[in-house]
Design a protein around this ligand. Sequence first.
Ligand SMILES: O=C(O)CCC(=O)C(=O)O
Ligand SMILES: [Fe+2]
Length: 216
Amino acid sequence: MRKRNQRKELRRFKSTMLLDKRPIDNFQTGSPQHEAVLTNGTWIAHRRSKSFRQIYTQLQRNILALDLRSSEHWQVLSYNKEGHYAPHYDYMNPKTNNAIVNLAGNRIATVLVILQTAKLGGTTVFPKLGVNIRPKIGDVIVWINILPNSLADHDTLHAACPILDGVKIGATLWVHEYHQEQRLRCSIDSEYFNTERFFKPFLSAADYQLTRQYFD
Ligand SMILES: O=C(O)CCC(=O)C(=O)O
Ligand SMILES: [Fe+2]
């Protein structure tokens, strides 16, 4: 990660960001939609700028189990004080997102790059798994949102906790199922992808440094 480049790019993008109470796909979250996300956010094409291009290339080199070309544009979120992302699932409700799910499949995985951490608060939590992740700048958090049978994995409920002090910035790639059959190894006895094997090639990558995760 070239932090100086990243910071320069982020300053540029931040100036274009608007305070955005954005609705999230309210599939089983139960959160009132207007309360769901309180961040400044923007979308950036995978290779639009030098630093995001570098991050994208590094990620693809390291995450051998996923084809990142099947991901949506970068979603860059900047959380100020009290900013948060209410508990939600990243996979889409196929009924309300029919067009994209038919075209590209559901969001099989989430790749979250931490570009800046808050001084206090703002950790990423998975309440059903009892996991609270306190990453460092440059860390990448990766998880699989759907089960090998392509159905939603309800254990992936997650949230960004409110910021108490400072600013947190994260860049997310939501990776879709389309093309992943070339990457994920197939299970012998299932017609679906075997996501249980997902982390094997990932963990053995020489550049594992990039993916350090901090669990409580
Ligand atoms: O910023 C975080 O910790 C969570 C972000 C998130 O849930 C997402 O981008 O889908
Ligand atoms: Fe999410």
